[in-house]
Design a protein around this ligand. Structure first.
Ligand SMILES: Cc1cc2nc3c(=O)[nH]c(=O)nc-3n(C[C@H](O)[C@H](O)[C@H](O)COP(=O)(O)OP(=O)(O)OC[C@H]3O[C@@H](n4cnc5c(N)ncnc54)[C@H](O)[C@@H]3O)c2cc1C
Length: 433
């Protein structure tokens, strides 16, 4: 195990960055974030020819999944975690080097039934295992900290990164920067301000049965807003926590991924795995009615809703693409939230705040980044790239439906396709020669 402060002591990596204002040398690439996407970015950059990669993360423990979602059932089959882990040579090297040392996170996943899901704790352990292996390499310089600012020098075609670490600030120079900085659950501050009597249970807590028990009691009526994978799991966990009632508010019906001939309809947005099975058995059609402590409230005008705001038919038009009728929703909330004590917002995820991005010469901020979901580039900013849940690939299925591809193996597949072009981009000055 590496000491977290290794880079601040004598180390071969010390020549690559500096705690002084001017960086000591220039890395081929800097990767911001060490979740599954950041690890895959490091692996693919090395495989594509980068010779020195700087890698910054506050913890290097595998990103958000092992921090928050260990108890969540995966929405992908085990085989996709295994395919992620074997998708690039530097990962395969880590696996090969560990093979003689007994069981590890990869061998555990490989031994499981590949066609079922698993607890995300296994996926989190896998990222940690691969990350630890990558950090041992001479061509990877891990830096514990947070990238606060990135300045692009158009004359030298290099980025300069300001990093705040445990041992104070450091500066890193790199020819290109990859943002793999992740996302967090969205809240609805305006909604909370309008309903100060409701105590919010963070979505991450509602996804952890062991933590949830200390947030709720048998007297609680808990509203869950949303009908996504996370919303379904929040409803299930709250019911298992034996609250007085769970009231699930939704705009569109539950939508399931469908396994077609060679492709998956709603692969990224539909319910899959354990959450889909539980939703079918306990929420869909009239099934929710068999639970005395569960009710569902449709927020969409035109649904068959009774005077208490409770839905009688679970079949409403898919309105997800249209603008919600907020006045209608407010009227429903006013009527039905009166006895609710706590609330969970399962309404999506938003990008984590990015480092400040500026042009070094003018000091002007790059404001409109204009991310290209097909190439992982930013149209308005040179030599900056994105991947992972914050900057996913856009895919179109045979129905013509466009989605963002989010998942371990999808990050790997995207990076395998685009990283060679990122590494082989040439500075403008070089191209002119
Ligand atoms: C509830 C849930 C269930 C999921 N289930 C699955 C599943 O079953 N299968 C699947 O394949 N995918 C699943 N996903 C999707 C996806 O794999 C995860 O969201 C994954 O964590 C995204 O990885 P990431 O690397 O993009 O981001 P993260 O895991 O969020 O990692 C980002 C990292 O960047 C760091 N960072 C951020 N800003 C900075 C900065 N300025 N400087 C340095 N470091 C920084 C963060 O600290 C963090 O460590 C699930 C997602 C959720 C939310």
């Amino acid at each position: 195990m590496l000491h977290p402060l290794r880079l601040f002591r004598a180390s071969p990596h010390l020549r690559h960055f500096s705690t002084m204002a001017a960086p000591a040398r220039t890395f081929d690439a800097l990767v911001v974030g060490a979740g599954p996407a950041g690890a895959a970015a490091v692996g693919n950059l090395l495989e594509s020819g980068a010779t020195q990669v700087a890698w910054v993360d506050p913890l290097f423990t595998g990103g958000r999944i092992p921090l928050e979602y260990n108890e969540v059932p995966s929405n992908t089959k085990v085989t996709f975690f295994v395919q992620y882990a074997t998708g690039v040579q530097p990962f395969r090297d880590v696996i090969a080097q560990a093979a003689s040392k007994g069981e590890n996170a990869f061998s555990k996943l490989e031994a499981m039934d590949q066609n079922t899901g698993c607890e995300l704790s296994h996926a989190g352990e896998l990222v940690r295992f691969l990350t630890d292996g990558l950090r041992e390499r001479d061509d990877v310089s891990p830096i514990f900290g947070s990238v606060e600012k990135l300045a692009f020098d158009a004359e030298t075609n290099t980025w300069s990164a300001s990093v705040t670490g445990k041992n104070g600030p450091a500066s890193i120079a790199a020819e290109r920067v990859v943002l793999a900085s992740g996302s967090h659950p969205l809240s609805l501050p305006a909604f909370s301000a309008a309903h100060p009597e409701l105590r919010e249970i963070p979505l991450d807590i509602s996804l952890s049965p062991s933590k949830l028990t200390s947030f709720v009691g048998p007297e609680d009526v808990v509203a869950v807003i949303g009908s996504s994978h996370s919303a379904v799991l929040a409803v299930r966990n709250l019911m298992h926590a034996n609250v007085k009632e769970v009231r699930n508010y939704f705009r569109s019906p539950l939508r399931y991924a469908q396994f077609m001939d060679g492709w998956i309809r709603r692969d990224n947005t539909g319910l899959k795995g354990e959450a889909a099975i539980w939703a079918q058995q306990n929420l869909d059609a009239a099934n929710w009615r068999k639970h005395a402590n569960l009710s569902r409230v449709c927020l969409t005008p035109g649904a068959d809703v009774d005077e208490d705001g409770m839905i009688h038919n679970n079949v409403v038009e898919d309105r997800s693409a249209t603008t919600p009728d907020l006045a209608h929703e407010q009227a429903i909330y006013a009527e039905t939230l009166r006895d609710v004590t706590k609330i969970v917002f399962a309404v999506g995820f938003a990008r984590n705040s990015l480092p400040e991005l500026v042009d070094a010469a003018s000091g002007q901020a790059f404001t409109d980044l204009d991310f290209d979901h097909k190439t992982g580039t930013f149209r308005a900013v040179p030599r900056l790239y994105g991947c992972g849940i914050a900057f996913p690939q856009e895919v179109t299925d045979p129905d013509g439906r466009t989605e963002h591809a989010v998942g371990f193996f999808k990050f790997m597949r995207f990076l395998r396709a685009v990283t060679p072009t990122w590494v082989n981009d040439k500075p403008v000055a070089e191209e002119k020669k």
